[in-house]
Design a protein around this ligand. Structure first.
Ligand code: TYM
Length: 344
């Protein structure tokens, strides 16, 4: 009943500037952020620096990485005039609403998050930051602070978005309002889970110690081609149908990457290369990846040469984001019983 009709379509999504952007971030998120922007929907994109510090970040590196991520967004096609692009810490409402949600969400909900379990597996969870545990509550605040209706993400964020829906529903229920939307995750396309180039059962990640496991958005043409040519595969040729890739995770991953870069379906890619071995497929993939990604790296470099301009863009985005967020935060504070003692 909390239908889209009540809330105007608005997209929100975020990426942590806790390392360089990878091909996984690009295909699972960024490329799709650009598509949503180009469809003409209102789009708000955030570099979630408050999330990044849930694990230790060197302050100078964090600043550089945030600027680099902003450059990556713009180089990939985010137009900071049509989309709002900003860093989370500059809109205070994220932290304020997260506090309210910390009081709505239950400890058990957080403890059940697979990312929390994965990040603490084999470690002393007691020694992790409280922020890391409460991470999904801040994520719900990011989204609901703007009454966002749709959130494009990769597969790994699905559970966090379900929790966001649970928090919105519990808030609405506890306070007897229909205030927060029940946001829809948007997990679509051929590459919602890009895997490591060294191990098809592991997600491609900026935190993997092996640089050969991933393509970074800053990699130059030679590096991209080399990494793809050395990617782990098997000796079999590509099958006629996707079914034939069922137990071949590395092969399936490369087909998905090709499909996402070429804006085709994996079925179409398999159709095109059926019967061919990786000796033929990998060079074709490397050429395609270089054609699509190398210009982004070049443009990022150009943008990074003017950090003051990046800061100006982020500042402008933060002001525009704040203008949307403030009335929603004010209303949330009012609903929860806070006295509005200052008028501004
Ligand atoms: P993060 O920074 O880990 O990843 C950013 C986005 O990239 C996607 N992604 C991938 N997609 C496909 N294959 C991969 N190997 C891959 N690796 C990463 C992620 O699914 C994500 O969409 N918690 C979020 C950041 C966040 C957020 C939000 C997202 C904070 N607040 C509000 C949406 C809405 C995260 O850590 O993403």
């Amino acid at each position: 009943m909390n239908a889209a009709a009540k809330f105007k379509p608005r997209i929100f999504s975020g990426i942590q500037p806790s390392g360089g952007l990878t091909l996984g971030n690009y295909l699972g998120a960024l490329k799709r952020f650009v598509e949503k922007q180009d469809e003409g929907i209102e789009t708000i994109y955030c570099l979630v620096d408050l999330h990044a510090i849930t694990v230790w970040q060197d302050p100078a590196k964090l600043r550089d990485q945030t600027r680099e991520a902003a450059a990556g967004f713009i180089a990939a096609g985010i137009d900071p005039k049509r989309s709002i692009l900003f860093n989370q810490s500059q809109v205070a409402g994220h932290a304020q609403l997260a506090w309210i949600f910390n009081c709505v969400a239950r400890m058990g909900w957080m403890g059940r998050m697979t990312q929390w379990k994965d990040k603490t597996a084999g470690k002393n969870a007691e020694a992790e930051s409280l922020g890391l545990f409460a991470y999904p509550s801040l994520m719900a605040a990011d989204i609901l602070l703007y009454h966002a209706t749709h959130v494009p993400v990769g597969e790994d964020q699905k559970q966090h978005l379900e929790l966001c829906r649970d928090i919105a529903a519990k808030f609405n229920h506890d306070y007897g309002v229909d205030f927060f939307p029940i946001t829809e995750p948007v997990i679509e396309g051929a590459a919602t889970r890009v895997m490591s180039l060294r191990d098809g059962t592991k997600k491609m990640s900026k935190s993997d110690p092996s640089d050969a496991s991933r393509i970074n958005l800053t990699d130059d043409a030679d590096t991209i081609a080399q990494k793809l040519k050395k990617a782990k595969t098997d000796p079999e040729p590509l099958p006629e149908t996707l079914e034939g890739l069922k137990d071949r995770p590395e092969a399936r991953n490369l087909v998905n990457i090709y499909a996402a870069l070429a804006d085709k379906t994996p079925e179409a890619v398999v159709g095109e290369f059926a019967g061919k071995g990786f000796g033929a497929f990998k060079p074709a993939l490397a050429d395609l990846a270089v054609a699509r990604l190398a210009p982004i790296a070049t443009e990022m470099k150009r943008l990074m040469a003017d950090p003051a301009e990046i800061d100006r863009i982020l500042g402008d985005g933060a002001e525009r984001a704040d203008a949307i967020a403030q009335p929603i935060l004010d209303r949330a504070l009012e609903i929860t019983g806070m006295i509005r003692s200052r008028r501004s």
